[in-house]
Design a protein around this ligand. Structure first.
Ligand code: NAD
Ligand code: IPM
Ligand code: MN
Length: 322
């Protein structure tokens, strides 16, 4: 039986993930869903945000639906989502930003770069080592190139090679891989790319970039579609996969039933596609379109519907389709 681990996490994760899980359950009553209660809330209760046995439980799932976790700015607290990405080697972070006349797929390297975890802080100095390896770059380039081929599109390599040697290395490996695969490609400095995505979104298709740059430009690009409440993501490795909104736990709006559940719902749709149910994935995405076309919207995109109300409308549409 297909088993889905469900991690609500913290903050609005407790509101948007139940909506996404219920939508999945309508489409797939045949799946088994099991909760994994990691996050900052768990740390507050037990002093441990995520135990080895939680990681072991996640490894038993065919796919993971994940909300968001709070990472307090506290010395020695390790972000749970980063721990999971590392433990499961989820090296490819796919962040689609799709709107009127544009369809951008941000492919973020998810396992190294500035997130390699090699850091030191002393009284007068702090350092974070940015490690970019051939293996890490070749595997993310492979994912991005495959997507560009499937989409018959162009690959844009986002980097800061004018300053960082590690990005000369990243760019050159991506360029060599694109040439070898016969994929059309270009490259751009990441700062200029950040603005140009907003000015000319139709000019972009697949964008591959390093870890921190991918983190930043995906939040920036979300502006094109109405903000963070709408953008989903997939974290994929060779053995495991985790699906989560691009947004965080949004403590400023948590518990108010106003969070937009679309990013979580679209993440669930990506999960279905990953598991091979393309039809279910399309049904879920079109249910979102149907509800939006009816005029219902959460507050972040100009409406007044609550998280629950929007979710119930999605379930009604899915129920009618079924
Ligand atoms: P955030 O994405 O949580 O929120 C940024 C802004 O966007 C806030 O104003 C918030 O209200 C709004 N927003 C986010 N999602 C929304 C939604 N679904 N509907 C409506 N509005 C939404 O980022 P932040 O405030 O910088 O971070 C809050 C916490 O989340 C931090 O602890 C951070 O580390 C964590 N975080 C976790 C993840 C993850 O677990 N994958 C991702 C990003 C941030
Ligand atoms: C994201 C988040 C995470 C990241 C944080 C919470 C560790 O911002 O998934 O975009 O930086 O990858
Ligand atoms: Mn982020």
């Amino acid at each position: 039986m297909t088993r889905i681990a469900v991690v609500e996490g913290d903050g609005i994760g407790h509101e948007v993930i139940p909506v996404a899980q219920e939508a999945l359950a309508v489409l797939h009553p045949d799946y088994e869903y099991f909760p994994v209660g990691v996050g900052y809330g768990r740390w507050e209760q037990t002093g441990c945000p995520c135990a080895d046995r939680d990681i072991a439980a996640l490894r038993t799932a065919d796919a993971i639906l994940f909300g968001a976790v709070t990472t307090p700015p506290m010395k020695d607290y390790q972000s749970v989502v980063l721990r999971i990405r590392k433990a499961l080697d989820l090296y490819a972070n796919l962040r689609p930003v799709k709107g009127d006349g544009f369809d951008i797929m941000i492919v973020r390297e998810n396992s190294e770069g500035l997130y390699s975890g090699i850091e030191e802080t002393s009284a007068d100095r702090a350092t974070t080592l940015r490690v970019v390896t051939r293996k890490g770059t070749e595997r993310i380039a492979r994912v991005a190139i495959q997507l560009a081929q499937q989409r018959q599109g162009t690959l844009t390599i986002g980097h800061k090679a004018n300053v960082l040697k590690s990005d000369v290395f990243f760019r050159d490996i991506c360029v060599a891989a694109a040439k070898k695969a016969g994929v059309s490609y270009n490259d751009k400095f990441i700062d200029a790319l950040g603005l140009d995505i907003l000015l000319h979104p139709k000019a972009y298709d697949v964008i591959v970039t390093t870890n921190i740059f991918g983190d930043i430009i995906s939040d920036v690009a979300s502006y094109l579609v109405g903000g963070l409440g709408l953008v989903p993501s997939a974290n994929i490795g060779d053995r495991y996969a985790l699906f989560e909104p691009v947004h965080g736990s949004a403590p400023d709006i948590a518990g108010k039933n106003i969070a937009n559940p679309i990013a979580a719902l679209r993440s669930a749709a990506m999960l279905l596609a990953y598991l091979g149910d393309n039809e279910g994935s399309v049904r879920l995405n079109s249910a979102i379109t149907t509800v939006l076309s009816s005029g219902m919207r959460t507050r972040d995109i100009g409406g007044s519907a609550g998280t629950r109300e929007f979710g119930d409308a999605i379930l009604r549409v899915l129920g009618k389709q079924g």
